[in-house]
Design a protein around this ligand. Sequence first.
Ligand SMILES: [Zn+2]
Length: 116
Amino acid sequence: MPPLIAKWEQILGVTVSSYYLQRMKTRWGACNDRAATIRLNTELVKKPRNLLEYVIVHEMLHLIARSHGPRFVDLLDGYYPTWREARLELNELPLAADAPLVPDGSSAPTDISTPG
Ligand SMILES: [Zn+2]
């Protein structure tokens, strides 16, 4: 596991079975809570580390709270208090060089979409 994921496994007390880097046009990350796998957008590796870390923490928290309900927000506030700034920054960045900005809208509960 990359050090960032290993670090957050310790902090959150969860186990990620595997992770994948993928080119994704509509989201920064995704989590399969049943398989305990997370997917990260390849574009993230070019972004500031705090943004990558936010997405990792966000996806790993889905192993504890599946939806983006109040419990999920509480967990984010507790573990990664600067998440709102990170999310804002991410929303201003294109997901891929050739991807149009994704309009506001609902997405699957385990996805970070733009604007999340
Ligand atoms: Zn999410």
